[in-house]
Design a protein around this ligand. Structure first.
Ligand SMILES: O=C(O)CCC(=O)C(=O)O
Ligand SMILES: [Fe+2]
Length: 282
């Protein structure tokens, strides 16, 4: 049976302890005090966003984002931020804003948070925000740039399931992608027998908490409430950064191109390749 253990929650970790207990072993952890002095925690309310940034136009994605075909990895539509926030407030919705660098349009928001003190190597150009309606979810994937990700929860709760990279075969990773299509909430062990051997972590992230997702870790995210977070990325080394860029080129170009050429049959081909790889570990 798929085994999920709780992610540690730690307060007052020194960079040294963080490095030995979490960063080097690549173990996820929730840090409860990284955001403690961030003005963003109280300033970035839905009303504040509506009032000052409601006019910005944002690409929103729906569940079609991870399905094969025309909508694959492309936004559903472009609406104003105000319209999106109204949807978010209205109740359940599968709509999300994914990887939005709001700070390009609103550089003053950068004064409302700091890079975590817990390690070096944060990339200033890469703060992204993620918004999602209640019940929306982000399909199981790992981040193609291979950075360490710090997911800082501003509003609402989200449930996150994580797996280390050595679980990729058990998760039936689709070749040439960073995606898996197993349903973690409803595991189909007939179709995916190796999934029963998968071992991972799970956590309900609360506003004010920071989740450390180590480089290359798989993550599946469910918006328990409508909400948003800001993710900050860091690299331990230049080689890690270069590996990330190579990954982007290989996965993104091949997968998007093949999807355009073959559509659903490209997806079926990836399914078959994933099943073969999982057989090898059974
Ligand atoms: O929180 C989300 O909506 C997605 C976060 C994510 O995938 C990431 O930060 O890499
Ligand atoms: Fe991600």
């Amino acid at each position: 049976m798929l085994e999920l253990i709780p992610v540690d929650r730690r307060t007052g970790l020194s960079p040294e302890t963080f490095a030995t207990e979490y960063l080097h072993p690549l173990k996820p952890v929730v840090l409860t005090d990284v955001m403690a002095n961030w003005p963003a925690c109280h300033r970035w309310t839905i009303d504040h966003f509506k009032e000052h940034y409601g006019h910005l136009r944002v690409p929103v994605v729906s569940n079609n984002y991870s399905k094969p075909g025309k909508g694959y990895m492309t936004p559903d539509r472009i609406i104003t931020f105000r319209e999106f926030l109204e949807i978010l407030e209205a109740g359940p919705s599968d709509l999300r804003i994914f990887l939005w660098n709001i700070f390009r349009a609103a550089p003053e928001l950068r004064h409302d948070f700091q890079m975590p003190y817990i390690m070096d190597g944060f990339v200033d150009e890469l703060p992204f925000m993620f918004f999602g309606g209640q019940g929306s979810h982000v399909a199981l994937h790992y981040d193609i740039d291979m950075s360490h990700v710090f997911l800082n929860q501003i509003h609402g709760r989200k449930r996150v399931v994580l797996f280390a990279r050595d679980q990729s075969r058990n998760l039936y990773q689709h070749p040439f992608t960073v995606a898996s299509y197993v349903d973690l909430n409803n595991p189909d062990y007939e179709k995916y027998p190796a999934l029963a051997k998968a071992k991972g972590y799970e956590v309900m992230l609360q506003p004010g908490e920071t989740l450390f997702m180590p480089s290359g870790h798989w993550h599946y995210i469910e918006y328990t409430d409508g909400g948003y977070s800001i993710s900050l990325r860091s690299f331990d080394s230049i080689p890690a950064r270069v590996r990330g860029l190579a990954n982007i080129a290989r996965h993104y170009v091949v997968d998007k191109g093949m999807n355009r050429l073959m559509g659903p049959s490209w997806r079926r081909m990836k399914e078959r390749m994933a099943a073969k790889r999982a057989e090898a570990v059974l």
